[in-house]
Design a protein around this ligand. Sequence first.
Ligand code: SF4
Ligand code: SF4
Length: 157
Amino acid sequence: MNRIVSEDYDPDFIEELDSSEITGAFSGCLACRTCTSGCPVHRANNEYDPLRIMRMLTFGLKDELIGGDMIWLCSDCYTCQENCPMGIKVTDIINHLKNMATSAKHTPIGVSTQEKLLKDQGKIYIIDDFDNKKRTKAGLPPLPEINEEAKKLLEKR
Ligand code: SF4
Ligand code: SF4
């Protein structure tokens, strides 16, 4: 685990998130570990820890959170948020951090590749002849290789 360097502390970041309607206040965190103990990703990989994210927020470690890979391990299952005794929007906070990282173009290669596929073809997985043959056999209509409507929506972003 990296040591916390006081120069990395960003009080504006704490103020911005703690007063945001999207994330809600997080400063009431009791460090009770309820979020971590119920987290399925933590069970599979104890390097991932939602409480650690909350502590990093408390210390204003914006660059480390936004520029690192940890937030991207969250599976968005909302268990932590539903269990938090203080009503802290843990998952919404992590999603907000992901959005901030995306705006700052700090996305892991897997995520940026999926983003490019969505922009190029309107879907992540190409529907090819093989898929359409299986659909025909199942009595389903064929699907286009590219989803033009989704592409158009993403072009507006
Ligand atoms: S469950 Fe809530 S109060 Fe407890 S450590 Fe996690 S965020 Fe903090
Ligand atoms: S939403 Fe993310 S941090 Fe919360 S329990 Fe699920 S995987 Fe863990």
